[in-house]
Design a protein around this ligand. Structure first.
Ligand SMILES: Cc1cc2nc3c(=O)[nH]c(=O)nc-3n(C[C@H](O)[C@H](O)[C@H](O)COP(=O)(O)OP(=O)(O)OC[C@H]3O[C@@H](n4cnc5c(N)ncnc54)[C@H](O)[C@@H]3O)c2cc1C
Length: 698
């Protein structure tokens, strides 16, 4: 079952009401109506990040009457800002967080099994520049100062001890290969562009999720399907305050408010947990989030230099950074800076400088320029309040705080990584079940997630799946859809017309595909589609015309008229500029200035805003616009199982296939282009033709 919805509005965490004014709603929202028509449930979950969603699914599977509200789009808070790692957190060992590491590696291994469409093993390599550094300070941090004081670079000995320990937690009954140490010469043979002054490299396996937002939507969809009428969820619906009967909810698309009653309220609002509690009339001081940013580079040389691995590296100040290939791009992150969740979180020029310095340190001969940045993103980790503990050493574990809002029991989540969402959801659900006096009826440890159910994980089962569900479509198209949506692609493929319409400015993307996403996945705004239902924004290269083409593809199912399409394009252009420093049609990073990066009113400099949000900034067609929605990286990202545990198991994986001179993985060959448009924008025909004969009118 899908996350259905029919219309309208987003704002990043700041500025929701500003957005409301610019995007008139045209269709009543079914999901909100379902909550308003029966304004009560046993449990109300506030927050549609991965942890709220995981808890929702757990409760729905136990048959509990549960509702979830998210004030912006699903997965648009901290959950949209992650480094995409599904990991045990080797460095948490240094903090003595053994419970967390054990749970995280167990969950990592489960995710590789339960969500093989989005979570893949990832070979990770640490370049090491000293032998003994950190050997004295690390035990001191663990045993004496408990994370306080200045972090220091970790040397080979300390990393070796950490990896030996990590192996004991991590190997999943022997399926996950052991770590390997390599001396300098061999390291440079494997990764020749690494800084030649290194002494060793250490390599081990973790995992990564190439489409975290899509993974979360799959979890949500599973919860909705499991609960039927007793599991309801709505995005753009905020918990705005304490109501007479429980919580006052506000539809952010219309401003309409209503009260909703619950026996238990779960506050899973991530870094905003204290603010939500204050809104509910019970201020708390649990949180102390830190900001982290990432940049995404379109840089074939750097991509090739990583050899398909994540390079996990420690800066001389002891902070951890990573450089890794994702969707033919290179993701570089992250920072760790104390932050106020009331302020917007954006990647600043100082952070970009910091990332460039790191890249130069690891790959000394690879030049990087701001013009190669295609996207940036930033978010606040929902960490517990901390005193003078260095941000990188604040506990990443979570806890659950019991409280009251009026006469209703509350559970506030403090902390929680992406990796551990299932276990965390289970714990939160157990606490809620105890308060309700309801017994658990099952668990999710082996429950497949969304399009991971029946996902073919080897070559021959993949061939069988493609033959069975291809429905006569171009095999390349079928494969692409399988990679994007897992086995949920079968539903899309069955509904596609014989000659689907590939978008002119978003090669490889089908108009019917976008309409399918909009119809089944609660798309309210164009940015929901481009930033979270797909990877179109992440890979960069979007133009204003491409935005308009995508908006017109979904206009019929969302009931958008021409005015609304224009408003959505302007809104998305503004969000890309302000939050992600993307200027449509222009290469490189939008101007951002110093810390905070933007003018005092929180906007980008006027010239840049007008170029991106209205002023005809389309001077250059993009190199790669729309090449991917959520297609995984070739080579390693395709591999769904842990590699052999033999001694050769941590050899460098095959390099991404190169496209002649660039060294980048080749773009997927375009799907057949239809001569007949089956979906047109609001000004033209407003009908999408599905293979089933079903039509969808605007
Ligand atoms: C830079 C960075 C890198 C990270 N990297 C990794 C990584 O590689 N691996 C990993 O495992 N973890 C990583 N994490 C941690 C992980 O992303 C987060 O801890 C996790 O996503 C938190 O999820 P959440 O659901 O608790 O919070 P969120 O995703 O923030 O969800 C909370 C939601 O509550 C909503 N909300 C707030 N107030 C209200 C209200 N009043 N009414 C309704 N809704 C409300 C918000 O809009 C938000 O969507 C990283 C985090 C950051 C910031």
């Amino acid at each position: 079952m899908e996350v259905t919805e029919s219309a309208c509005v987003h704002g990043r965490q700041a500025g929701v009401s500003e957005q409301r004014a610019t995007t008139p709603q045209s269709t009543p929202r079914r999901a909100v109506a379902r909550l308003r028509d029966r304004p009560e449930a046993d449990v109300l979950v506030i927050g549609g990040g991965i942890n709220g969603i995981a808890t929702f699914r757990e409760l729905a599977l136990q048959g509990v009457d549960v509702a979830l509200v998210e004030r912006a789009d699903y997965v648009s808070g901290a959950s949209a800002a992650s480094s995409h790692m599904v990991h045990g957190g080797i460095r948490y060992l240094e903090n003595g967080e053994f419970r967390l590491v054990r749970e995280a590696v167990q969950e990592r291994n489960r995710l590789v099994r339960n969500a093989p469409h989005y979570v893949k093993p990832l070979l990770t390599t640490i370049p090491i520049f000293s032998t003994f550094s950190g050997v004295l300070t690390a035990p001191l941090r663990l045993l004496v100062t408990h994370g306080r004081g200045k972090p220091r670079e970790r040397g080979a000995l300390l990393i070796k001890i950490g990896l030996l320990l990590y192996d004991t937690f991590s190997r999943g009954g022997g399926r996950v290969p052991r770590h390997r140490f390599r001396a300098r010469d061999r390291s440079l043979r494997e990764l020749p562009r690494l800084n030649p002054s290194l002494k060793y490299t250490a390599s081990y396996f973790d995992a990564s999720m190439h489409s975290p937002e899509r993974l979360a939507l799959d979890v949500l969809s599973d919860g909705l399907a499991a609960g039927g009428e007793r599991a309801r969820a709505a995005n753009y619906l905020a918990a705005a305050g304490a109501g007479d009967a429980g919580v006052r909810l506000r539809d952010e698309t219309t401003g309409e408010e209503f009260d909703f009653a619950a026996r238990v309220i779960i506050n899973a609002s991530g870094p905003w947990t204290d603010l939500t509690n204050a809104d509910l009339g019970r201020p708390t001081a649990f949180m102390g989030g830190t900001k982290g940013s990432h940049i995404v580079l379109d840089h074939p040389e750097l991509l090739a230099a990583t050899g398909g691995r994540e390079i996990f590296f420690e800066h001389s100040d002891g902070r951890i950074v990573l450089i890794y290939p994702l969707k033919d791009r290179v993701l570089v992150g992250t920072t760790d800076i104390d932050a106020d969740p009331r302020e917007p979180s954006r990647c600043t020029d100082e952070e970009v400088d910091y990332f460039f310095e790191l890249i130069r340190h690891v790959f000394t001969t690879v030049a990087v320029e701001r013009s190669q940045i295609v996207y940036t993103f930033s978010g606040i980790r929902p960490l517990p309040r901390h005193d003078d503990t260095a941000p990188g050493f604040v506990s990443r574990d979570y806890r659950i705080e019991h409280g009251w809002a009026g006469r209703v029991r509350t559970l506030s989540l403090v902390g929680g990584k992406w990796t551990t969402f299932r276990a965390l959801g289970e714990h939160l659900a157990d606490e809620a079940l105890a308060l309700l006096g309801v017994a658990r009826v099952g668990d999710t440890r082996t429950t497949p997630i969304g399009g991971g159910a029946g996902f073919p994980t080897d070559r021959s089962s993949r061939r069988i799946w493609l033959a069975r569900h291809g429905g006569g479509h171009d095999p390349e198209l079928v494969e692409r859809m399988l990679d994007r949506y897992g086995t949920n692609a079968a539903e899309l493929l069955a509904a596609l017309p014989d000659h689907p319409t590939e978008l002119a400015l978003l090669p490889g993307v089908l108009a019917e595909e976008l309409a399918w996403l909009a119809e089944r996945e609660a798309v309210v705004h164009l940015d929901d589609l481009l930033l979270r239902r797909s990877s179109l924004a992440f890979v960069g290269g979007l133009s204003r015309e491409a935005l308009a083409e995508a908006a017109e593809a979904i206009a019929p199912v969302l009931g958008w008229d021409t005015e609304r399409v224009t408003a959505e394009v302007g809104r998305t252009a503004g969000i890309l500029l302000r939050e992600h420093r993307v200027m449509l049609g222009e290469p490189g990073l939008a101007p951002g200035g110093a810390a905070g990066g933007y003018c005092e009113d929180g906007r980008a400099p006027a010239a840049a805003v007008s170029a991106a949000a209205g002023g005809g900034g389309e001077r250059r067609p993009s190199r790669s616009a729309g090449r991917h929605l959520a297609t995984p990286q070739p080579t390693q990202q395709r591999s769904t199982a842990w590699p052999s545990t033999s001694s050769r198991s941590t050899r460098a994986p095959p390099r991404p296939a190169r496209s002649s001179s660039t060294g980048a993985a080749p773009p997927s060959p375009p799907a057949r282009r239809s001569t007949r448009r089956s979906c047109r924008g609001p000004a033209g025909s407003s009908t999408i033709r599905w293979r089933s004969g079903r039509t969808c009118r605007r």
